[in-house]
Write a protein that binds this ligand. Sequence first.
Ligand code: UT7
Length: 325
Amino acid sequence: MIRAGIAGMGAYAPEKIYDNAYMESIVETNNEWIMQRTGIAERHIAAENEYTSDLATEAAKRAIKDAGIDPSEIELIIVATVTPDYFSPSVACLVQKNIGAENAAAFDMNAACSGFVTALVTAEKFIATGTYKTVLVIGADALSKGTDYKDRATCILFGDAAGAAIVKATDEGGILSSWIGARGADFDKITNLAFKDDPAELEKRISGNKNTFWMAGSEVMKFAVRIMAEATENVVEKAGLSMSDIKLVVPHQANLRIIEGAAKRLDIDSDRVFVNLQKYGNTSAASIPVALCEAVEDGKFQKGDKIVIVGFGAGLTWGAALIEW
Ligand code: UT7
């Protein structure tokens, strides 16, 4: 089997910022509650005429530059998102047009906040089978487009961003193990309605807008702490390694309490877990690639180091991958 590794990364977050003082001005909340319960200080918010494909395109351009490739070399584009510009066509097709990757196949994936890991693992399979050598994987979400800004339990969490990776066949390192999973029985823990007429779901939305996210926060949090630790342990074990071999864990940036809870279960110090949610909030599929990109830029690990990326999200879903950089 051919190994797949990350040859370049790029991230993008829109300019506009909603800080906690702004959140205090629109819902009954306060900076202290938000900081204590989530760790989030500010979120980047797309402009009115800025959509997921715009964020994804900018991140993709940066990843292409970082990898030093030409867009014509890209054979497949996978975009993980739950906030597409259109139900159809896919964001991936819009990105293909925007970056001029005319040789690439293109499709979107919906695994919510586990989307980037799911897309990366999918890309790896195309590479492992020798089908493609160069794949562009993007996690991009403009959650603000589907946020109920009357619901203080969710609106203080969400932000917009995109992160992209050029995934290439490699002789050294790359993805050593992975695990993706789902528990559809808990489909109703985080929802955003599309075509379905569902009065009970609509009732939960304070704004009455069916195209907004609703979630059972506390229940999701308990699941998240457990599954983040379990998925990390799973990929470490599958690779025949132990936690002491892992330089850094880059988790989905949903809530600092979730990350700290998972780190405690894994018995690892906070300096081995990357956190940047204070600046972005929860950006769904973008969260892990944006964090990974920043961890690279900050020199948190070097070539040859082993890291784990791990996430959970609506579905419910989860995904983890162990990468030798
Ligand atoms: O990406 C994956 C998707 N989702 C997540 O990762 C979210 C996971 N869940 C969470 O992050 C947390 O559950 C939240 C941050 C959403 C909420 O924290 P919590 O500790 O689970 O609080 P809670 O929902 O149990 O609410 C505690 C109290 C409630 O008041 P009462 O009933 O005790 O009087 C809420 O009404 O806090 C209240 N509350 C707020 N107060 C001030 C809820 N949101 C706010 C707020 N400001 N923004």
